[in-house]
Design a protein around this ligand. Structure first.
Ligand SMILES: [Zn+2]
Length: 192
């Protein structure tokens, strides 16, 4: 396991992927005003995303699974919003939800000379959700959990990895930062 953020890491289900990329790809399945579409709108959408993420699920996905995927995603999106200092993010509900589902998707340890990996102990869709939880555990163990944030631009809310030295990043791109300061500038002019 590399020490660089998002370094090489086997997601445990099929292809190599990075844990931070996986978490960001998950929260970025949410729709946004600036053009992202809902990826988890039906069973096919969820399956397509899982394939893109390198997670193979060898069993049919149901409508209830799609709802569960959206709930899991939204809980992580709330946590990442809180990492960006959004006081109104419903953190307690998200933490409570994640606590309740952690028991449903148990993880196991794989201990080797190289280190300790957390992996899902299940297959199918529970295994896919477990892989997401394992990715979160990996990022936290590496001390970079709080660097996963949600862009503060209300028309974007994209997940991003804050690479700034002092973890002060608030926007996914300079474009989003500029858009928000322009909006604030215009509203100041209006009130003045
Ligand atoms: Zn943004």
């Amino acid at each position: 396991m590399g020490s660089d953020p998002g370094g090489g890491y086997s997601c445990g289900v099929s292809l190599e992927c990075t844990t931070s990329d996986l978490m960001l790809a998950l929260v970025n399945t949410r729709p946004s005003d600036n053009g992202r579409v809902e990826r988890f709108d039906d069973e096919a959408g969820l399956l397509r995303w899982l394939t893109e993420a390198g997670i193979s699920v060898d069993e049919p996905v149901t409508g209830a699974d799609v709802v569960a995927a959206r709930e899991l995603r939204d809980a992580f999106a709330t946590i990442f919003r809180a990492h960006c200092g959004c006081a109104d993010a419903p953190v307690e509900a998200a933490e409570g939800y994640l606590r309740s589902i952690a028991g449903r998707y148990p993880l196991v340890l794989r201990i080797t000379v190289d280190g300790v990996r957390v992996k899902t102990s299940q297959t199918g869709l529970p295994g896919a959700f477990g892989t997401v939880l394992a990715a979160a555990a990996d990022l936290s163990a590496r001390g970079i959990w709080s660097r996963l944030k949600l862009c503060k631009n209300p028309s974007c809310y994209a997940g991003f990895f804050d690479k700034t030295k002092n973890q002060s990043g608030q926007f996914c791109s300079s474009g989003c930062g500029a858009q928000v300061s322009m909006r604030a500038y215009r509203s100041r002019i209006k009130t003045a």
